[in-house]
Design a protein around this ligand. Sequence first.
Ligand code: ATP
Length: 357
Amino acid sequence: MTDTDARPLVAVVPGDDAAPEAMTASLGVLDALDLPVRLDILPDGAELGRMEAGEREAFVIERLDAADTVLFGSSNGTTPGLAHLRWGRGTFANVRPVQWRPGYRSPMARPEGLDYVIVRENLEDAYVGIMGNVEDLRASGLIGPRARLVYEGEGRYAAKIITRAGTERVARFSYQLALKRAERSGRHPSLTVSAKTNMLPATDRYFADIVAEIGAEFPDVKLTRYIVDDMAHRLVTSYDELDVLLLPNLYGDVLSDLAAGTVGGMGLAPSGCYSENYAYFESAHGTAPDIAGQERINPTATLLSAVMMLEHLGLDRPAARLDAALSAVYAEGRHLTVDQGGTATTSEFAAAVTDRL
Ligand code: ATP
């Protein structure tokens, strides 16, 4: 490795609890792809946990910032860096593909039509961290007539913020993704937007209206709007009508886990978080502490996140090879992990994927 090495640098963060087991197995598969990338593998949470918190954060962030992109194992808070990758790097679009493949243990009767992408706005909404005592709202005169009628005494509030600029950029990203997907599938480009537009006009209708307004720049994309409770129902009953689904942060967080459930579970759910010129990748599941140390975690979500990362780096061929190898292992069904009804350990599953490359 020299300073003039043109290969992209990928920081690999193993994460906490069971996540490092998924990452170690995934790195074995990536190794077999012989990728034109350099890997900077950070210590896992157990090792990072021995550092003092401030020092740990600075250490991890420096390594993340030195890299072109990041493959991040799930964190329970011990491994720092996620807030930096989101708000620090402005990764406003959290992309979560929802795609069934033969062999996935879906609870749906007809999972064949499950193939869409959720784009979750990643920086705004109820995750802006504005929380406090209701008393402060009362004192500032911000409490509305309905709340004044019902709520007395002690209480807490959390505010959500939806901005025009934040909504416009994630809307454009989603329309462009719809066009890209239509190019591949040959279907008519379509975008669905959903929020609680009826009850929350100030934020949620505002969000959906701005998305509709940006639609004027993308006349070929058909836009459909649903209220978010109806949307939850449709994710179970009418998923085959979906292609790209754009949601504000909180609904996106909740509904993408529901969507992962329809496909076959969190172990199959990848994600990528994008800004205009940067992206990082992580499985959508948590650290699965209940199965840590048992070699039971399914590394598929991590490997599919790696597929997204390779596509982001322009490495379409190895991305397609890895994607096809995963599909082949599921179609064959002989080396599946426990969450998918099999008996394979994490590393046995990964070895089967490597064999298929
Ligand atoms: P978080 O709050 O970070 O989302 P959590 O504990 O609520 O964490 P997960 O860590 O995603 O959620 O775990 C939820 C359940 O799903 C657990 O029983 C866990 O073992 C299981 N699970 C999650 N990811 C996987 C995986 N990759 N393979 C197998 N089981 C998994």
